[in-house]
Design a protein around this ligand. Structure first.
Ligand code: IN0
Length: 448
């Protein structure tokens, strides 16, 4: 950890405490690999995504391997799609046929450019295949079907010259692109979670909900990655939106266009907020605590990121990230459904308050934040806000949310104990540090 990151943590003592609690107090149920290929998969997972790997490792046994394999297979597909050193004559058939590799046991690929970050996922793909074939056939089928659809989608975009040169035109195209790279992931995960009986079976018939889960994450990534994507010569911001604010997407890099750039970000954030309602409904229908965590953590990180990029000029200079300590705090707070609702409520207010009246999207942002605040209140009404004797309206969403919160009650007690223990230890730790510092000072400067 760099000195600047340590100082950042020290500036936010509550986040420092969260980091401390996460590191030393969370009971984790990390599986031990039962074969060498499983071990390789764990390593690959850690290599590709540090923080998210931990969340996957903590999934219940039934889902841990299927989701790990799903994640790695998708990462492999992504690593082919992303690699500009692979020509389209090689890339397109590779993407289209990728699902057929899942029938093999020994397939690997060494054709990535030497600098491709995750190329090892493909050079060791045979290890992933070995774990894939050990999964229940039902899980294998789900993974294969999504891989086939996503590969076909990616091939379609790789072949689309207009897309490669000019990026996404309409909002409809933007949603479709996000469907292929993220909505389908949501569909696959939903089918895995429901097959494992860890979620409400009706999730499978309401795929708009998982679609929103994926779109919310991907749209947030796309807004955040403006600069990086532009430097790489690509763009995913839809022209239908940015075209209202600039002639060329790269105009936003110039300081004189900062205002219009920030207005454009507002409209993109507003668009992304359109996915929030469905995501919250989805989360209320995931029963298993570890599967809930796995789904909720990326969502709360996304809403925090949206609040961070909103009205933030740095978006046009670099990828804006939330602080490491904030991430730790979010991971701890997102363990319960109530915690997730509170996080969304908080960041929606941050966005709402940040929005200047001069922003052309001011009215719509206010309306959207208000509508979502009201929805949060519908899911978890504050009795004080209801007129006396009036019961909350028993909507399906309300009932699902209440059921989820009842299921969280036992967890709530465990969390309370853990937090209390971590707090005491943290205070003790702080006092010891202060004592050591004091004694060091005395012995260094007050010796005769
Ligand atoms: C994911 C998603 C993910 C998790 C849980 C539920 C989901 C439901 C629908 C769609 C996606 C869902 O989460 C990861 C999160 C992640 O990788 N975070 C990065 C942080 C970052 O900045 O990249 C990390 O390193 O911690 C995600 O972003 N995607 C993903 C990929 C595969 C699977 Cl199985 C699940 C990628 C994407 C494109 C958003 C779908």
């Amino acid at each position: 950890m760099s000195l600047s990151k340590i100082l950042e943590l020290l500036e936010h003592p509550l986040e420092l405490k969260a980091a401390f609690q996460l590191k030393y107090f969370r009971r984790s149920n990390v599986a031990t690999p039962s074969s060498s290929s499983e071990k390789v998969c764990y390593e690959l997972l850690k290599l590709t995504s540090r923080s998210f790997a931990a969340v996957i490792m903590e999934l219940v046994d039934e889902l841990q391997k299927p989701i790990m394999v799903f994640y790695l297979v998708l990462r492999a597909l992504d690593t082919i799609e992303d690699d500009m050193t692979i020509s389209n004559d090689v890339k397109v058939p590779l993407l289209k046929d990728f699902h057929n590799n899942l029938k093999k046991t020994d397939w690997t690929f060494n054709g990535n450019g030497p600098n491709e970050k995750d190329r090892v996922v493909l050079t060791k793909f045979d290890q992933i295949l070995s774990v894939y074939h050990s999964l229940k056939p039902e899980y294998q089928d789900i993974i294969k079907k999504i891989t086939r659809e996503m590969g076909a989608g990616m091939a379609k975009y790789a072949e689309d010259q207009d897309f490669n040169l000019n990026g996404v035109k309409t909002i409809k195209e933007y949603d479709l692109y996000c469907h292929y790279v993220a909505g389908l992931v949501g569909e696959g995960l939903t089918k895995l979670i429901v097959a494992a009986k860890f979620g409400n079976p009706s999730l499978k018939d309401r795929l708009v909900l998982s679609e929103s889960m994926g779109l919310f994450l991907q749209k947030t990534n796309i807004i955040r990655d403006y600069k990086e994507d532009l430097d790489d010569g690509r763009t995913f911001w839809p022209q239908e939106i940015w075209g209202k604010y600039a002639k060329n997407l790269s105009d936003f890099e110039k300081l004189e266009n900062l205002d219009s750039g920030l207005f454009c970000v507002s409209e993109l954030v507003l668009n992304a907020l359109g996915e929030v309602k469905n995501s919250l409904i989805y989360l209320s229908m995931v029963y298993d605590h570890s599967a809930f965590n796995f789904c909720a953590i990326p969502q709360v990180m996304a809403i925090a990121t949206l609040a961070e990029v909103f009205e933030n000029p740095l978006v046009f200079k670099k990828n804006v990230k939330i602080r490491k300590g904030t991430t730790c705090q979010l991971i701890l707070d997102a363990r319960t459904y109530k915690g997730v609702l509170d996080i969304f409520s908080h960041y929606l207010r941050v966005i709402h308050h940040k929005c200047p009246v001069s922003d052309p999207n001011y009215l719509e942002i206010s309306l959207k934040c208000g509508e979502l605040e009201q929805f949060l209140e519908e899911l978890n009404p504050d009795p004080e806000h209801l007129p006396q004797g009036v019961k909350p309206s028993q909507t399906e969403d309300y009932l699902n949310a209440q059921k989820k919160m009842e299921g969280d009650q036992s967890l709530e007690e465990v969390i309370e104990k853990e937090t209390a223990a971590a707090n005491s230890a943290f205070v003790l730790f702080g006092i010891s540090l202060a004592a050591i510092a004091f004694l060091t000072y005395v012995s260094l400067f007050h010796t005769h």
